[in-house]
Write a protein that binds this ligand. Structure first.
Ligand SMILES: Cc1ncc(COP(=O)(O)O)c(C=O)c1O
Length: 383
């Protein structure tokens, strides 16, 4: 049975170009980038080439790019470093209710340590109110951490406007851009972003690699102590093939027109929605289909059908989608994102699925999925 993969917000397949670059690196470039001999210098060149490419893609200084094991490490590091090094200045941190667990869980820990965490509300399209942020920004605020694009409903946050509000204060502005990279334009200077987290496996690159951008002027303390790698900011021998693969994934992204990609995803959304309407299926869209949203995610609620049952039936039929965030180790805990948008009692928490598209998703795959989904839901709703 052919599997059709529509869970690209969870992870993406590596592109052929990335596999080729990484294979070449593994075969020929095994050096330690810290060694001073020719083989080490070659590895160092590979790392620095990728760093420059990646920095250029977000208009950052290459010295601010620190390679990490991915989005979770970058998020944890950004929060913990800023909190611990600035607690004399203030203890307030502002975030939203719909962040990824790799933001929410470290913040829970910081709350236990006495930090004052403010969680901004979101409306039913998954967006914050800038007014609420303005009111929450007190002189004690040391950090504002807000995601670029939500991983469950695709809402895009107004980063430039947030940057403008935060810059005159003493707070730093951190962005979890894991779902933003590749889907929206990111410019740390224009958006006045101080720290930014990403992950390679969401953009057809390798797993367990990402970067944390930190404005070099912040001079934050080191977070993994040991050798002098990553400007003494994160010790450990660099994974040269994976870094080269991340560089290639970012280079490939640079050749893709993001507007055209979003238009393609929007067409996929329309295809699924019109098929469901044609089959007279009862459903609701979670979040918004228009306005500031990334169309790579489509989150749908099917009244009366449990997420678990629908996911299992789709899986058996060869379709890989998810029940929200996949990052809670395969568990189907009710979505905190939908709870923030619709209330903790909303039936949507138990009857929704997330479909997500990627660069390599084809119209034929989406058409086959739309057919199978409407047939399955019709059958389950008639019971
Ligand atoms: C918005 C967001 N932040 C952070 C992460 C964690 O990234 P990683 O899997 O690289 O640790 C994810 C992964 O799903 C995500 O969607």
């Amino acid at each position: 049975m052919q599997e059709i993969y529509l869970d690209n917000a969870a992870t993406t397949p590596m592109s052929a170009g990335v596999v080729k670059v990484m294979t070449g690196e593994m075969e020929h470039d095994f050096g330690n980038a810290s060694s001073t001999h020719a083989i080490g210098r070659q590895a160092r060149q590979t790392v620095e080439r990728a760093r420059k490419l990646i920095a250029d893609s977000i208009n950052a200084d290459p010295d601010g790019i620190i390679f990490t094991s991915g989005g979770s490490e970058s998020n944890n590091t950004a929060l913990m470093e800023v909190a611990r090094s600035r607690q004399q200045v203030g203890k307030r941190i502002i975030t939203t209710k719909i962040e990824h667990p790799s933001i929410l869980n470290p913040l829970k820990r910081l709350a236990q340590e006495g930090f004052d965490i403010v969680y901004l509300d979101v409306d039913q399209s998954g967006h914050i109110s800038l007014d609420q942020l303005k009111k929450a920004l007190t002189p004690e605020t040391i950090l504002v951490s807000i995601m670029a694009v939500n991983n469950e409903v695709g809402s895009i946050m107004p980063l430039a406007e947030i940057g403008k509000l935060v810059r005159p204060t003493q707070a730093y502005f951190h962005v979890d851009a894991v779902q933003g990279l590749g889907n929206i334009d990111l410019d740390v200077q224009a958006m006045q972003i101080d720290l930014l987290s990403t992950s390679a496996h969401k953009i057809n690159g390798p797993k367990f690699l990402g970067f944390l951008y930190e404005n070099p002027n912040l001079s934050l303390p080191s977070f993994v102590l040991g050798g002098e790698q990553e400007h003494k900011r994160r010790a450990g021998t660099e994974n040269v093939p994976a870094i080269a693969g991340f560089g290639e994934a970012v280079r490939e992204l640079g050749e893709i027109d993001k507007t055209a990609l979003q238009a393609k995803y929007q067409k996929f959304q329309t295809l699924i929605l019109s098929q469901l309407k044609k089959a007279q299926i009862e459903f609701d869209v979670n979040g918004s289909l228009t306005g500031p949203v990334s169309h790579h995610v489509l989150n749908l609620s099917f009244p009366g059908i449990s997420t678990y049952v629908l996911l299992t039936r789709l899986d058996l039929a060869g379709f890989a989608v998810s029940g929200g965030s996949a990052c809670t180790a395969g568990s189907l805990t009710p979505s905190h994102v939908l709870a923030a948008m619709y209330g903790a009692d909303s039936p949507r928490l138990g009857d929704s699925i997330r479909i997500s598209f990627g660069r390599f998703t084809t119209q034929a795959e989406v058409a086959a999925f739309a057919q199978a989904l409407s047939k399955l839901v019709a059958e389950l709703q008639s019971k």
